[in-house]
Design a protein around this ligand. Structure first.
Ligand code: OSB
Ligand code: MG
Length: 370
């Protein structure tokens, strides 16, 4: 397929409720929606960075810049036989994985639509349904988080993840266990807020039958996480630290984690995400799909990815109404049964994109024809 047009727009959408992690509070999503066209067929991608560089180094602004000046020029007018070639076109670009993923995932959608198959099938996914979890932000009090956990338990989510930070951790987990018992599938995510000096606190968390502790130590570390994993019974899960297949291999070899979170933005798209999935599967490391407060396009890419067989832990792939009054895909993403999302069977990402709502949310737009 020859890529004959690429369009991108930056959109801004308020979250239903602010979402707080150890690195800050967010009240809206600011992202780039990209469409890649070939012979009248359109594939969509959604960038996963935030407007600030507090999760990783990319921002919506850097993504726009990279797409405009490097990535769109490298793809436009090219003949692409398979989306697996797209990473190759960008091979000389260092990092900027979220910018690359935004456009690479759009080519995957386009490719699936060209071939008349669902994106999950194009990726080799086998599952028809996926179990979903939910990520719950930090609140001013423990009680408010406990109330949120209750709300999401009632909605059927299969796994609760609560955000923690120093001073808002053991007390929180203790309160949740006290209220919901030891069997509730519960994990914590620290977003790199601790160091090895906090070992006593992390060892306390070890007593609460957590499914895992996600990214407790530095965002760029895999060495100290290995020391920590040796000290804990609870599985360590890496998020921020894994950008490449080599990172995943090193983490597995060093024993830095027993579980991996795969985010397609962080690893530069679906092709790399699948490779990391395969590597983990080979080594007996279960994976799950992380979220970045995506709107529907990003979530649908995540759902397709989660249809691969080693996604055995419910991911952060919550339904549209978790964060949005109204999603940009039609229909919105809804559970088919409590805690279960269907893997779409329509072509590509499987839902229509609401061009009118996109237009309404757009703050800038760029079209390139080639
Ligand atoms: O670490 O997984 C994370 C949101 C923003 C930044 C980082 C993370 C998160 C989440 C959100 O946990 C999960 C979701 O999108 O539902
Ligand atoms: Mg995380």
């Amino acid at each position: 397929m020859r890529i004959d047009k690429i369009e991108m727009r930056q959109i801004q959408v308020p979250l239903k409720d602010p979402f707080e992690t150890s690195f800050g509070r967010m009240d809206r999503k600011d992202c780039v929606i990209i469409s890649v066209h070939s012979g009248g067929i359109v594939g969509y991608g959604e960038s996963t960075a935030f407007s600030h560089p507090f999760y990783n180094e990319e921002t919506t602004g850097t993504i726009w810049y990279m797409l405009e000046h490097f990535l769109i020029p490298a793809l436009l007018g090219k003949e692409v036989a398979s989306p697996e070639e797209v990473s190759g076109l960008f091979a000389s670009v260092r990092r900027n994985h979220m910018a690359i993923a935004a456009i690479e995932t759009a080519v995957w959608d386009l490719y699936a639509k060209q071939n008349g198959i669902p994106l999950s099938q194009a990726l080799g996914g086998e599952k028809q349904e996926i179990e979903v979890g939910v990520s719950i932000g930090i609140e001013p009090t423990v009680d408010l988080v406990v109330q949120n956990v209750e709300r999401f338990v009632e909605q059927g989510y299969k796994r609760m993840k609560v955000k923690i930070k120093p001073g808002f951790d053991v007390r929180l987990v203790e309160a949740i266990r006290k209220r919901f018992g030891d069997e509730l599938p519960l994990m914590v995510d620290a977003n790199s807020a601790y160091t090895l000096q906090d070992l006593p606190t992390l060892k306390e968390l070890d007593h609460y039958n957590l499914m895992m502790i996600e990214q407790p130590l530095a965002h760029n570390d895999i060495i100290e996480h290995a020391s920590l994993q040796r000290e804990l019974r609870t599985a360590v899960c890496l998020d921020e630290s894994i950008h490449t297949i080599a990172d995943a291999r090193h983490a597995i070899e060093l024993g830095s984690c027993r579980i991996m979170n795969i985010k397609l933005g962080r690893v530069g798209g679906l092709t790399n995400a699948k490779k990391i999935h395969d590597l983990c599967q080979l080594h007996g490391i279960p994976v799950w799909c992380g979220g970045m407060l995506e709107l529907g396009i990003g979530r649908l890419h995540n759902i397709a990815l989660s249809s691969l067989t080693n996604f055995v832990i419910p991911g952060d792939v919550s339904a549209s109404k978790r964060f949005w009054e109204q999603d940009i895909v039609l229909p919105g993403i809804e559970m088919i049964r409590p805690g279960i999302l269907a893997v779409p069977t329509n072509v590509g990402i499987g839902h229509e994109v609401g061009e009118q709502s996109l237009e309404r949310l757009t703050v800038r737009k760029l079209t390139r024809v080639g």
